[in-house]
Design a protein around this ligand. Sequence first.
Ligand code: ADP
Ligand code: MG
Length: 387
Amino acid sequence: MMNILFQKCFPESTAAPLLCSAPGRVNLIGEHTDYNNGFVLPMAIEFRTKLALSLRKDKIVHVYSKNLDKHAEFHLTDNFDPSKQQWYFYIAGVLQLLMKQGYATYGADIVIASDIPMGAGLSSSASLEIAAGFAYLSAHHRPIDPIKLAMICQQAEHHYVGTRCGIMDQLIASLGQEQHALLIDCESLHLKPIPLNMHQVTWLICDTTIRHQLASSAYNIRRQECEQGAAAMQVNSLRQANLAMLTTYKTKLSPNVYQRCHHVITENERTLKAAIAMQNQDWLTLGKLMAASHRSLQHDYHVSCKELDFLVDQALSIPGVYGARMTGGGFGGCTINLIQDAYLNEFKQKITSYYQAQFSYPPKIYQSKPQAGVKLAIPEIAIEHEF
Ligand code: ADP
Ligand code: MG
């Protein structure tokens, strides 16, 4: 399919394009901790960004997105102003940084098609960056350390798109493993694959389909509040803080900053406990940690919204549900739910009808096992979409 699309877009290109795909991700626990040098526990999902790329002899890049049905053209030495907010800046940033750092030389013809819903908190952006960077380097026959690639893609998102994201999304798109979640220490960048034996349990993603405008401004404010908290407690990042310190410094922190720090410190603890529970297939404990994570995001970090809270509250009242929480940045997007297989159909029916009754439109429901990170070739997986 990507081959045919590429031929259609670039009929004059003679060589067969290089094919590659990178996954989206769902964060199982450890939310808003990555940019605080903390712990996160995501898994790569079955939705992928697929990309076909062929190098050119000049420094021009042509890119076509099937999702947007849009073409873009730029020169590798152009200036990209983040305030202009163009969809192709994700790709331009990655390619230009790779060129500036001496990994690559040539322009490219690129076609992309993704089945990751955009802006849903399943990280279509990092998936696009990693797929583009990986294909571009592979075409140049330039291997790169996958962690280094993730860091360059994160830089692209910071400086070309203007989102000061953490490193989680790029790392999991680069290094996800089948049948594993990845416990990431965002300070040392040490990665620990955690086996996820999904015997009789399933991860289900419920998408509110809501995207609140507040998300990006609130994200930057949260980052600043965390930095203020760390500075007041005289540590480099909240990773070095603990609850005892937080109590000691409480009078020096504004109520908001205290709450944000409380979330991050307790979320780091929950994430480490969750990795152990996962390893032991102790779904009950894992589920309780997920629910506690949601309450902390709702009441301490204030990044939830009524649609997410509704989905979590209802999910936790349905039989066979071990745990539920919002996932991703918040203010819309998705929840992640851990459910006993025997109750799966009942859950899907109930959550859809409850949500529909409350908001007059249905949620979207996606199901996924943990998948591999970026790779050459495009797997033909039947993806379960349910609406
Ligand atoms: P998320 O990463 O949660 O999906 P973001 O807002 O970070 O949400 O990234 C979404 C943006 O990434 C889109 O608005 C678009 O600019 C870009 N993007 C992602 N995938 C594609 C694609 N297949 N084609 C074009 N642009 C894409
Ligand atoms: Mg993103």
